[in-house]
Design a protein around this ligand. Structure first.
Ligand SMILES: [Zn+2]
Length: 235
């Protein structure tokens, strides 16, 4: 058991934030029974504060957010860690700017990835991810159980904010919890809108690269959306 140098309030806030992120993803239909996870980087560099396994997104409170080391050991908190912890540790290892990571089995994103169609910026959401076309991890649709696979996934993400994990789900990241969680939410919404257009015969029009890049600077304030959900969940 390692002793934290941070004031307890800092860690408490982090654990509450991870729990809120889980509840937002549950409300946005990204839960898959007890699978999928949210994490935040430990301020002391010991690893990641991550949702414990065995619970659904809607069941998570701060006490179900545990500290997982870079090697997958549980350092603080009661609960088991998810098998796919390398998605989080390896992306954060590769990206010092990333403070938070989300992995879900978002159903519209999985269906969309299977079409092999390019993601078109047909709505506001899509402009956060394209151009260029969204990154796709295709090495395996199996679980990411090893640091080596996690590192490969991190290479696919590169310097971007999301990737589709074909036959599996999505990964999203950001410099804070609202950004990472809403990158996951907006990606799923973008894929859902693309799927609706594909089911209606395929999109015939979408933002040009120029318009999409201009919109990227204007749409999707993660903090405003995060605050909205925090108010909604407090009722
Ligand atoms: Zn998974």
């Amino acid at each position: 058991m390692s002793r934290s140098l941070q004031p307890p309030a800092v860690i408490d806030e982090l654990r509450s934030g991870v729990a809120l992120g889980c509840h937002i993803l549950a409300l946005e239909d990204q839960g898959d029974f007890v699978w999928g996870h949210v994490s935040a980087r430990d301020p002391e560099g010991r690893g990641v504060w991550m949702k414990a396994s065995g619970f659904g997104f809607d069941e998570i409170g701060p006490e179900q957010v545990i500290l997982v080391s870079w090697d997958g050991d549980v350092l603080e908190g009661d609960g088991r860690r998810h098998l796919e912890y390398p998605i989080h540790t390896e992306l954060m290892r590769a990206r010092p700017d990333v403070q938070c990571v989300v992995h879900t089995h978002a159903p519209w994103s999985v269906a969309f990835a299977a079409t092999e169609e390019p993601l078109r910026p047909v709505s506001h959401d899509g402009t956060l991810f394209v151009p260029p076309d969204v990154a796709r991890f295709t090495r395996t649709g199996d679980l990411v159980l090893t640091p080596e696979l996690g590192s490969d996934l991190a290479k696919t993400v590169g310097d971007r904010n999301v990737a589709l994990m074909v036959h599996h789900g999505i990964v999203a990241c950001g410099a804070d919890l609202p950004t990472a969680v809403f990158n996951a939410v907006f990606l799923e919404r973008a894929c859902k809108t693309n799927m609706r257009a594909l089911m209606a015969g395929g999109p015939k029009t979408w933002s040009s690269d120029e318009e999409a890049l201009a919109k990227r600077a204007h749409v999707g304030s993660p903090q405003a959306a995060w605050d909205y959900f925090a108010r909604r969940l407090a009722c």
